[in-house]
Design a protein around this ligand. Structure first.
Ligand SMILES: C[S@@+](CC[C@H](N)C(=O)[O-])C[C@H]1O[C@@H](n2cnc3c(N)ncnc32)[C@H](O)[C@@H]1O
Length: 285
């Protein structure tokens, strides 16, 4: 590199970010979250963590790494929150919600009354749009919900998004995929400092338990879970991490139970415990 180019790079960078810094941070993120940061993610890591350095009034990534290593895990949680990608939407990949209605919920209410228990897990629920979409589908299909034992567990590693999911308050533009009839039925308009927002009604939130859960750690729940949504989350993990995860996920399900993955995810060469039966819909064998 000529000296002009190198000076320009240094001038553009607010914080010194060496190869060693990137390697150490990506190792930490992989160990803690399973997220595999490729070389192409270097700028993303810089951009997202530069905000943390500014907030903490630190001068370099070396100082930041020292803090992460020494403060008992507090900044490690912030680091992981900053790195996770939380993109989501209400009724994202809507065919999954149609499938849930037709192949799980309708047969469930038509089944013998002895079987009133249904457990659904939204693994990697981000800011809550996915579990609330599941809850809307449940309430629309099962109007006499009080007579049934239906629960949705919604988990994420990222404590910031989980807090927003629990709060259940959304700006109007987040509801663009939700029909006017659903907005009317399931949300309450609230005037906030940010303008008009929409809060989920208790009928929806009552069905959901939000919990922080790292998919890399042993699961506290025993199952069985008849339906698991694990969408757009494993895409950030390498194959080995995915294999280990689905050995443990498969233990929570019984033959015939369902698993939904994201549109670009697959269990091909990852798990033989499932058969593909629809568009990114898998059945436990
Ligand atoms: C892109 S969002 C997907 C949200 C939703 N499932 C959807 O499809 O719209 C991925 C979520 O996975 C979470 N995540 C990433 N690694 C995780 C881990 N090891 N354990 C639990 N959640 C994790 C992130 O925090 C993020 O909220």
């Amino acid at each position: 590199m000529d000296s002009t180019a190198s000076t320009t790079t240094l001038r553009l960078r607010e914080f010194l970010f060496s190869d060693e810094d990137f390697e150490a941070l990506r190792r930490l993120v992989k160990e803690h979250t399973g997220i595999n940061l490729s070389d192409q993610k270097r700028e993303l890591v810089y951009g997202r963590l530069a905000r943390r350095l500014r907030a903490l009034n630190l001068k370099s990534f070396r100082e930041y790494r020292e803090l992460v290593a020494s403060d008992g895990g507090c900044e490690l949680a912030n680091l992981c929150n900053a790195i996770t990608t939380n993109l989501t939407a209400f009724f994202r990949e809507p065919h999954h919600f149609d499938y849930l209605r037709q192949h799980v919920l309708e047969p469930f209410i038509a089944s013998p009354p002895a079987n009133r228990r249904l457990r659904i897990w939204s693994a990697g629920c981000s800011t809550g749009e996915e579990p609330y979409s599941i809850a809307m589908t449940v309430l629309e299909t099962i109007p006499d919900i009080a007579r049934w034992d239906v629960r949705i567990l919604a988990t994420d590693l990222d404590s910031d998004v989980l807090e927003r999911a629990r709060r259940g308050l959304y700006a109007a533009d987040r509801l663009r995929n939700v029909s006017a009839a659903r907005v009317e039925k399931f949300f309450r308009p609230v005037q906030t400092a940010g303008g008009l927002e929409y809060e989920v009604r208790p009928a929806l939130s009552r069905l959901i338990t939000f919990k922080q859960l790292n998919l890399m750690h042993p699961f506290p729940m025993k199952g069985p879970l008849q339906v698991i949504f694990c969408r757009n989350t494993i895409i950030y993990f390498d194959k080995e991490t995915q294999r280990d995860l689905f050995v443990r996920i498969a233990r929570l399900q019984r033959p015939g139970d369902l698993l939904f993955l994201g549109h670009s995810e697959t269990l091909f060469r990852v798990s033989e415990a499932y058969t593909l039966i629809g568009r990114t819909v898998y059945e436990r064998c």
